[in-house]
Design a protein around this ligand. Structure first.
Ligand code: PLP
Length: 388
């Protein structure tokens, strides 16, 4: 197997976050306040995030996985009701469906946009279908118009997986505000981070309050109020909830990450354009052009190795880039062929040709606002060395 000699001194970490002095100062201030758990900073982050995406309500949680789980539970569907999603996603999207006692049904994606194909959703609808879970893959909005029309026609609920789509809009409206719930991730590699964290945005006050309650043990009074300077308040356990609350320590990062998010967007746009220009002649299929009515959130820069033009495989690219001290990701291999989903739901190779085509060829290159121009040039140089 071919190996490559690196020229970089340090390893270029995939998805390294951009953390500023403001975050560091806020974390220290939070520590000095002696209030590290869920409290005023979480409340501020909920309010700021709600305003940023233009949603009526927002509840902070400790991951997008938790956000998806609580949202799906809050649909109050009958056991094993079918939820259509795509297998071109991270396992958390489908795991949350299973944890909510529901059945994930995978529809194929579009080969170019990598998003769920509305025509394939239509093919998967049965009398047991109750909800749709579209994923705005890599930050590119799904085609929401036909998805909303289908939901209307068949009375389906919608939970949007916006893990990649913090800045994404469709027809001028923020992703996450089309469905009943929009679930965001603030994981370390995301466009804004709280190390681990997430948010559920929604419209219905009653269910938003229930999500908040279920994120903290199903208790009637949240921790902040229990222990605040207003004196101890007794709580009631109204349901067996979960431990999904975000901490103030985490929100300390999030507040400044969110405040900076639109300033970093043009940096990633520049990087996006740079990669498109510099990689155009390599045997790669680059991200599809973005229509006028969408704002791509620019979360991942995913490339497919074009096996019609090279004998180098995706895994050889991954290994070669690693040799060159450049970290890459894979988003994603086909989820329906992972052992649990294959064996439990009876999927097999050939069921979702586009997901499988992408899953066998895709890799993601470092694409963070924290990248220097030199880092970005190294990524291009690395790919040219391996594929040129
Ligand atoms: C599409 C998608 N959905 C959900 C998640 C889960 O996010 P979290 O790590 O915040 O639980 C991820 C995480 O990477 C993701 O990529």
């Amino acid at each position: 197997m071919k190996s490559y000699r690196p020229w970089r001194e340090n390893y270029l970490v995939f998805g390294s976050p951009y953390i500023g002095e403001e975050e560091k100062a806020e974390v220290l201030a939070c520590i000095d306040s002696h209030w590290l758990g869920s409290g005023p900073r979480v409340q501020r982050l909920e309010e700021e995030f709600r305003k940023y995406v233009g949603a009526p309500l927002a509840v902070a949680v400790n991951s997008c996985t938790a956000a998806l789980h609580l949202s799906l539970r809050e649909l109050h569907l009958e056991p094993a009701a079918e939820v259509i999603t795509t297998a071109m996603t991270f396992c958390a999207s489908a795991n949350a469906i299973v944890h909510a006692g529901l059945k994930p049904v995978f529809a194929d994606c579009d080969r170019r946009t990598m998003n769920i194909d509305p025509a394939e959703i239509a093919r998967k609808i049965t009398p047991r279908t109750r909800a749709l879970l579209p994923i705005h893959f890599a930050g590119r909005p799904c085609d929401m118009k036909p998805i909303l029309e289908m939901a209307e026609r068949y009375s389906l609920r919608i939970v949007e997986d916006c893990a990649h789509a913090i800045e994404s809009t469709y027809d001028g409206r923020h992703c996450g505000t089309f469905g009943d719930y929009g679930c965001f991730s603030f994981y370390v590699t995301k466009n804004m981070t709280t190390a681990e964290g997430g948010m559920v945005v929604s419209r219905d006050e009653r269910s938003s309050n229930r999500i908040k309650m279920m994120a903290l043990h199903g208790m009637s009074v949240d921790a902040w109020r229990r222990f605040s300077d207003q004196g101890y308040v007794h709580y009631q356990v109204l349901e067996p909830g979960f431990k999904y609350n975000l901490t103030d320590l985490a929100a300390s990062l999030g507040l400044h990450q969110l405040a900076r998010i639109e300033k970093l967007f043009p940096l990633r746009q520049r990087l996006w354009d740079f990669y498109h220009k510099e990689l155009a002649d390599l045997p790669l299929i680059l991200p599809a052009p973005v229509p006028e009515n969408m704002r791509h959130g620019l979360h991942l820069f995913t490339c497919l190795v074009d096996d019609r033009r090279t004998k180098v495989t995706r895994d050889e690219v991954l290994r070669g880039m690693h040799d060159l001290r450049i970290g890459c990701g894979v988003h994603y291999t086909a989820l329906h062929l992972q052992p649990y989903y294959r064996d439990t739901f009876g999927y097999q190779a050939g069921d979702l040709p586009n997901v499988e085509y992408i899953g066998a060829r895709t890799f993601s290159i470092p694409f963070s606002a924290a990248l220097s121009e030199e880092d970005a040039s190294d990524v291009v140089k690395g790919l040219k060395t391996i594929l040129g």
